[in-house]
Write a protein that binds this ligand. Structure first.
Ligand SMILES: [Zn+2]
Length: 263
């Protein structure tokens, strides 16, 4: 009843309240969190292919105007991309089923650059969340939490970025990412709607059983991988827009991710 009364009160205010909620873009700067897709784009080593762009047409037509068009081909999981819950859960949401509220949300950035810089196998731990919240207050329900490891500066050098550049071999990878304990807290206690990382996976490189992937997939929480630009985003206060290609039935897909940062 109270909720209904509040709703009616809000509606009664009319268009003015809608105006009050408009985002004033002049008050934000926009930070691109996306690596461009090209022949250098890093894909998981066991994949059969990478990103390819084929020119269909480029040049001045016989009617005198310029026309360019290409076809592209790529695995879902490479470059800056989303893991849909279906990636690691048979009953998980496919790419087109993920509510937009999981893709556009307040952004919390855990900075683990120092710890990861000295340890390529670093896992974001509970203590990182405790430290974050001591400085910034509790992580709000409905937030997207990303970890900044500093690894995106190594992109697209496969050896530096993945820890191994042997084609077809994923058994010797070393890069930092989330630990399962920290992610369990984020999902179960903080109610985060998505997680993201500036390395190739939301599990550490040397993981072979992918506990973080399985944990978030079960909870219908998508993951964003191979992000960049996180060093230009404050620990709190930004808004993330992470809009992947809407592949029907897809287990993920290429992602354009942006942060709106208050000026
Ligand atoms: Zn993926």
């Amino acid at each position: 009843m109270l909720a209904t009364a509040l709703l009616l009160a809000t509606l009664a205010i009319g268009p003015a309240s809608a105006d009050a909620q408009a985002i004033d873009l002049a008050r934000y700067r926009m930070v691109d969190l996306t690596h461009p897709f090209d022949g250098e784009t890093v894909y998981w080593p066991t994949g059969q292919s990478g990103f390819t762009l084929m020119s269909l047409s480029r040049g001045v037509t016989d009617k005198g105007y310029f026309y360019a068009a290409e076809a592209f081909q790529a695995p879902e999981h490479g470059g800056t991309h989303m893991d849909a819950p279906l990636h690691f859960s048979e009953s998980g949401q496919a790419a087109e089923q993920i509510p937009l509220e999981h893709l556009i949300a307040p952004l919390a950035v855990l900075d683990v650059t120092l710890a990861a810089g000295g340890n390529a196998d670093y896992e974001v731990a509970l203590t990182d969340i405790v430290t974050y919240e001591a400085r910034n207050g509790p992580i709000r329900r409905g937030s997207i939490v990303v970890a900044c490891t500093g690894w995106s500066s190594r992109w697209p050098d496969r050896m530096a970025y993945l820890g191994d550049d042997t084609p077809g071999e994923a058994g010797n990878l070393h890069f930092p990412s989330f630990g399962a304990e920290a992610v369990r807290l984020l999902v179960e206690q903080r109610g985060v709607v998505a997680i993201g990382i500036d390395t190739a996976s939301i599990d550490i490189g040397k993981s072979s059983d992918f506990p973080v992937h399985r944990l978030v997939a079960r909870a219908n929480v998508p993951g964003f991988e191979n992000l960049t630009g996180l060093d230009k985003v404050p620990a709190k206060g930004a808004l993330m827009l992470a809009l992947p290609m809407m592949i029907k039935g897809g287990s993920g897909g290429p992602l354009r991710a942006v942060a709106l940062v208050p000026r």
